[in-house]
Design a protein around this ligand. Structure first.
Ligand code: ATP
Length: 309
């Protein structure tokens, strides 16, 4: 247990997909993907306190009113699954400070789930290994293992078969957050429909997608110019189709000094890569002046970890 059942505080990062290739629709309704994840400094905080049942509450700089607080919340699912797996008989009270946009394509729910696993492991004194936690995380969602691992990684399969990637230095990003969400399944459906409609003109979706070598090289070199050239997201066209206003945001960022802009995951968050801190600050000022909701972050950062006071 956290000493004498004392509350445990855990921080877990949101993510950007700096590369995302989506393979063919599989018979089980899922797609194989090849993605390069980068954990960024927009983080969720989960406080876990002893309780006999399971509960969750949210507060934070973003509007958390729409979130379900029952067993459908991924944080509750994570705590319950962990308890079931190790046959723990108690519960937990979870208090989450939410900063990652909801349904924003940055894996906020996944970060909550990863942080919850780490927090309950400490609170309940389980002492599970990272491998054990990873296996439980993978059952909760494709992005949960990465929120646990953090840093930079390549994800294949559904995104949950992870291998760490070498990365140097720190990249500066300016994020434009939307005041609405996009449902990930809806964006994938849009992509499938687009591919069907244009089957005659498009080359068929790949069977076993891979991350391009130049992305990995750019990450290894810590070179934002090189990374800007190789940012790619197969979901971007589908997100833009569902939220056409995002195209104007992308143009505005690129006109104001961004090296490149990309829809994060299934959107609608837009991530702009800046050459350095100074250009990130100028870009942040320009986009804020256009009344957009803007945040500056860096990556990579660590995965879910206990914060000690
Ligand atoms: P991804 O990029 O991994 O697809 P996302 O960042 O687009 O995810 P999330 O905010 O993680 O989206 O979650 C999407 C949906 O999951 C929300 O619309 C909400 O209904 C549901 N949900 C359940 N639990 C949570 C949670 N703890 N935080 C956010 N959303 C949650």
């Amino acid at each position: 247990m956290g000493a004498a059942g004392k509350p445990v505080l855990v921080k877990a990062p949101g993510k950007l997909n700096v590369f995302m290739r989506v393979g063919q629709l599989q018979e089980d309704g899922y797609h194989d993907v090849a993605t390069a994840y980068q954990a960024v400094s927009l983080c969720e905080e989960v406080k876990a306190s002893p309780a006999s049942d399971f509960s969750v509450s949210f507060e934070g700089p973003i509007d958390v009113n729409g979130l379900e607080l029952d067993g459908s919340n991924i944080a509750i699912k994570a705590a319950r699954l962990l308890a079931r797996t190790v046959d723990y008989r108690g519960g937990v009270r979870l208090e989450i400070t939410k900063r990652v946009p909801i349904a924003g394509g940055m894996g906020g729910g996944s970060a909550d789930a990863a942080a919850t696993l780490v927090a309950c492991d400490a609170l309940w004194g389980l002492g599970l290994s990272r491998e054990d936690l990873h296996a439980i995380a993978a059952r909760l969602g494709a992005d949960v293992p990465f929120a646990l691992m953090g840093g930079t990684a390549v994800g294949t399969g559904r995104g949950d078969e992870l291998s760490p990637a070498l990365a140097k230095g720190s990249f500066h990003w300016v994020l434009v957050l939307a005041d609405y969400g996009l449902s990930t399944p809806r964006v994938y459906r849009e992509l499938d429909q687009h591919r069907e409609r244009n089957a005659a003109d498009l080359s068929p979706a790949v069977v076993a997608p891979q991350v391009d070598a130049d992305v990995l090289q750019a990450l290894r070199a810590g070179d934002p110019h090189m990374l800007a050239e190789s940012l790619h997201n197969d979901l971007q066209a589908a997100s833009l189709h569902l939220a056409p206003a995002l195209a104007g945001v992308l143009e505005l960022g690129e006109r104001n000094g961004a090296l490149a802009g990309i829809v994060s995951g299934s959107g609608p968050t837009i991530a702009f890569l800046a050459a350095d801190l100074d250009s990130a600050i100028s870009l942040q000022i320009a986009l804020s002046a256009a009344r957009l909701n803007v945040t500056r972050v860096t990556g990579p950062v660590q995965g879910a970890r206990v914060l000690h006071d």
